[in-house]
Design a protein around this ligand. Structure first.
Ligand SMILES: *Cc1c(COP(=O)(O)O)cnc(C)c1O
Length: 367
């Protein structure tokens, strides 16, 4: 049998290949490749998709996070609280903007734990970055309340949570805070065919500022008001993303059905399955299990022709990049134990029942 890989981007393309090809040719023939009408219409459609008013496309997710931090006014010395189990790009968004990352612990759903978050607030705290890790929304009711109470800005890292919903009024992640930041890296739920990202907000000033910063700090050509960067969403990616966006609901439902299959069929006392918030909709960017013998489990699956990935093996506070912050092993025991135990099993657009059955059978046979 063919190896089961952690992702199959080819299947995501094949399913809608005619539409992608038409969109690509339309852009190639248009003679217009950067900051044109494809980007503008994608921005409109994506704002609507997230239930926000404004959107700025960016070159990637890291830049979306960095520019969002700059737009809400993060400056040198400002502390921004983020969960310790996130992908390091969340943290880099803060530090590249000049802020100081402060790590809080995650809750059992892998989102930032509101209790730990509140404990880490100091006089220097300016903002919170809530990461909807693996596709499950953070506890946004509590987080919004804490941010309001302490006068903090709230940035959401939605790189893994396109279309995920929280609360009774079914609000979409990215619309709770001051700015929602997205990555459209090819493997994300809504993926481009290259690098791409976006910021969404109900605050027009923030999005105007991000549009200026993404284009060398100029709103009017050659009038550079501040030192910006070059991080634009190109016409090709925007056109291809519009195709993905038009199928976002069916792709989300497919992942959710695949997750139900794993939930109902994985049965092994050594394996902890993901817990789901009652008041939220998980979009399963990853289906993440935990196991005390994680490395053995990963090797065992590999021998059975099943690839898995660890998201993430080294928590940012213990990485070389953030050694300067002075954290040591043991400072964030929950984040650290997740790093030792988590394992992401195959989950992607186009995953087959047979592939899932093979994965389940292998997992249930692990002793
Ligand atoms: C992918 C990802 C990013 C970074 O996005 P890029 O487009 O790769 O720069 C940031 N945060 C999280 C949680 C991610 O998964």
């Amino acid at each position: 049998m063919e190896r089961i890989m952690t992702n199959r981007l080819d299947r995501g393309f094949e399913r809608y290949s005619r539409e992608f090809e038409d969109a690509a040719l339309r852009v190639l023939r248009s003679g217009y490749y950067i900051l044109g009408k494809e980007c503008e219409s994608f921005e409109e459609e994506f704002a609507a998709f997230t239930g926000t008013k404004y959107c700025a496309g960016t070159g990637n997710g890291l830049d979306a996070l960095t520019l969002a931090c700059r737009a809400v006014g993060i400056e040198k010395g400002d502390e921004v609280i983020v969960q310790g189990n996130t992908f390091i790009a969340s943290v880099m968004g803060i530090s590249i903007a000049g802020g100081t990352p402060v790590f809080a612990e995650p809750d059992k759903y892998y989102g930032i734990d509101p209790v730990s978050l509140e404990e880490h607030i100091t006089k220097k705290t300016r903002a919170v970055m809530a990461v909807h890790l693996y596709g499950q929304p953070c506890d946004m009711g509590e987080i919004v309340r804490i941010c309001k109470k302490h006068g903090l800005k709230l940035i959401e890292d939605c790189a893994q949570s396109h279309g995920a919903v929280f609360g009774n009024d079914k609000k979409i992640t990215g619309s709770f805070g001051d700015i929602g930041c997205f990555s459209f890296y090819p493997s994300k739920n809504i993926g481009a065919f290259g690098d791409a990202g976006a910021c969404v907000s109900n605050n027009e000033e923030y999005i105007k500022r991000i549009k200026m910063l993404r284009n060398y700090g100029s709103a009017v050509r050659y009038h550079n008001e501040e030192v910006g960067i070059n991080s634009r969403l190109d016409e090709m990616q925007a056109a291809l993303l519009k195709v993905r966006l038009s199928h976002a609901d069916e792709m989300k439902e497919e992942r959710q059905r695949a997750a139900v299959f794993y939930d109902e069929n994985i049965d092994n006392k050594f394996i902890v399955k993901p817990e789901h918030r009652q008041d939220a909709e998980h979009v399963y960017h990853q289906y993440v299990i935990r196991c005390k013998k994680r490395d053995e489990l990963q090797m065992y699956l590999k021998d059975k022709g099943i690839d898995t990935i660890i998201h993430y093996p080294i928590p940012p506070h213990l990485s070389g990049a953030y050694a300067y912050l002075g954290y040591k092993k043991g400072d964030l025991p929950i984040s650290e134990s997740f790093a030792d135990e988590v394992l992401s099993i195959p989950m992607y657009t186009g995953i087959t029942k047979e592939e899932q059955e093979t994965v389940v059978k292998a997992l249930n046979g692990f002793v």
